[in-house]
Write a protein that binds this ligand. Sequence first.
Ligand code: HEC
Ligand code: HEC
Length: 278
Amino acid sequence: MPKRVLLCLGVVLVLAGAVAMAQQPDTQYHPGPKLDPAAVARGQKLFITNCSFCHAADATGASGPDLLRSPIVLRDQHGETIGVVVHAGRPGAGGGPSMPAFSSLTESQIGDIAEFLHSRVVAAADRFDYPITGVMTGNAAAGAAYFNGAGKCSTCHTVSDTAPGTMISLAGIAGRFTPPNLLKRIAYPAPARGAIDETAAETVKVTLPSGATVSGVLIHQGEFHVVLRDADGWQRTFTLGPGVQVAVHDPLAFHKQQIGKYSDAELHNLLAYLETLK
Ligand code: HEC
Ligand code: HEC
């Protein structure tokens, strides 16, 4: 393609991107719960005094792990999964450093800490807010190679119209998202918890002491209960206790673990490749 055409394309994409961004309801990006700035500020204070010496003030980890990549944080909505760890502490995997229990922090304080952590995750994802001129610098062939190789994308995705079995087709994906939204989509596919779109929903299998099992879409997982929607559409609540086993499957686990692990070149090349899938 001549340089001039590319330039025009770039301008069109910038405009399309600007329009898509301005019309918030049309953008496909749902980073999770709407953040409350007052709660974020309260949570930041609590985090700095209670948590920062092990997880760093920006939560990216020190002696304790990087919480912006923590599946527990990414899965959390309002403190329900973070709260379990904070209240119980952690023994430290494989003799590694442990985390003390913070039994005196209230639910609402934990909710604020969660809000702060979610704001950090969103800020980290904004790394994907490349200006579009920068976004289009990738190499499609290198992106295809990464997609089918080291990136492992092709283990779950196909780019053809027909997707056999559990494969998810990305055919036409570039027609559905502007480049910045496509980047965000790679970093953060649709929210999983209780999702209507069953492909991306977290599922759970509960095994009762009798050995009977019940499976469905995970609606809520707390310290004491798990709530699911079964195949008939009924919402069912199970009390956790001895002999009750809960196995959660998150189809987006791979995507969540990958957040922040891609190099800029990998992302740009991937995007250039996906852009060919009109
Ligand atoms: C004394 C150091 C220390 C303090 C203080 C601390 N943590 Fe931790 N935290 C750790 C360590 C170490 C782990 C990993 C333990 C393990 O191996 O599972 C951890 C794990 C976690 C996890 C689970 C991460 C995952 O995905 O497995 C969360 C969430 C968490 N901490 C949140 C907090 C919050 C919120 C606070 C403040 C209220 C806090 N931590 C205070 C050391 C600490
Ligand atoms: C372990 C399986 C798995 C792997 C590996 C995987 N994905 Fe996904 N991906 C999913 C699931 C599940 C969805 C959600 C599908 C849905 O919403 O219907 C998804 C969604 C997406 C979407 C959004 C699709 C849409 O229509 O909204 C994009 C883009 C995407 N993945 C790109 C990638 C890329 C690029 C890679 C490699 C770096 C990759 N995926 C690796 C499972 C995977």
